[in-house]
Design a protein around this ligand. Structure first.
Ligand code: PMP
Length: 279
């Protein structure tokens, strides 16, 4: 069965789908994206991701010609056509097509690509039971990582470097030795029963899973503080974890070769993962 994508108004087998070589997303990374997890045919945090999609387009002044209701219908169609029970919806919108020039006209028609592909989350579940080993690296990204653009080269290179060195992932560290976030996840620690995560700013992406987990933490009456935490605090914390649409809540048990909680998955993260996936 061929994988079917949606590209600029058309459902088309991925192998035949195409986009102009003058697409600004291709040439400049002048594009934004969004990712939804599909669990048992349902989109997780569906509305939150739509809200951020609109924000991303506003921040880059990409013409927002898209309608949420229509996009939802396209998602359902892609889920059905690709028989996705569990998987990922990926949506990318570029500013549009024009002869290559840094400057852009305000009336460009955006290019949209949407794909739906199955993903076996049970493999991830097995890994999440064990916990991840991460490394840290200097945050060398641009100053507007709060916008979900496709400019992910620092994230891509840092992640690959982590994998090549037998780590599972990487966390970025700012100039003051404070953690910003993971390669594609928000970063959290737990110390003395207080859950700590960096507040929203231009230096991190406002994760939709982060937002949902914050609400969950409040509803469970756990203590939460939104503040930056340092790499030393990370080494000395009781538990650490990441959140994202595709990793949900995943424990970190080792940082740069140093165990956290004696290398065991902690109780808070275990509970948050279970609760998050049960809603
Ligand atoms: N930070 C970065 C850099 C990311 O790429 C992502 C995932 N797109 C996140 C955080 C988590 O965001 P979300 O929970 O919305 O997936």
């Amino acid at each position: 069965m061929p994988n079917i994508a949606y590209v600029n108004g058309e459902f088309i087998p991925t192998e035949y789908a195409s986009i102009s070589i003058n697409d600004r997303g291709l040439q400049f990374g002048d594009a934004i994206y969004e990712v939804w997890a599909v669990i048992n045919g349902k989109l997780l945090d569906e509305e939150g991701h739509f809200t951020r999609l609109n924000r991303s387009m506003n921040e880059l002044a990409i013409n927002n010609i898209f309608n949420k209701a229509s996009l939802k219908i396209i998602f359902r169609e892609l889920i059905a056509r690709n028989r996705v029970k569990n998987g990922i919806i990926y949506l990318q919108i570029s500013r549009g097509t024009a002869p290559r020039d840094h400057a852009f006209a305000n009336d460009l028609v955006p290019n949209i690509i949407i794909t739906a592909r199955p993903k076996n989350f049970s493999q991830l579940e097995a890994k999440a039971q064990k916990g991840f080993h991460i490394k840290t690296t200097k945050d060398n990204r641009w100053g507007r990582v709060d916008i979900k653009t496709t400019n992910l080269l620092p994230n891509v290179l840092a992640k690959q470097n982590a994998l090549d060195n037998n780590f599972d992932d990487v966390w970025f560290v700012d100039d003051n030795n404070f953690i910003t976030e993971g390669s594609a996840q928000n970063a959290w620690i737990v110390k003395d029963k207080t859950i700590i995560t960096r507040p929203l700013s231009n230096e991190i992406l406002a994760g939709i899973t982060r937002q949902s987990v914050l609400k969950l933490i409040q509803s469970l009456n756990l203590k939460i503080v939104e503040r930056a935490f340092s790499i030393d605090e990370l080494y000395n914390c009781d538990e650490a974890f990441v959140t994202s649409a595709t990793s949900f809540v995943t424990p970190i048990i080792k940082v740069n070769g140093n165990n956290i909680n004696d290398g065991k998955v902690g109780e808070v993260v275990k509970m948050l993962r279970k609760e998050y996936l049960s809603v």
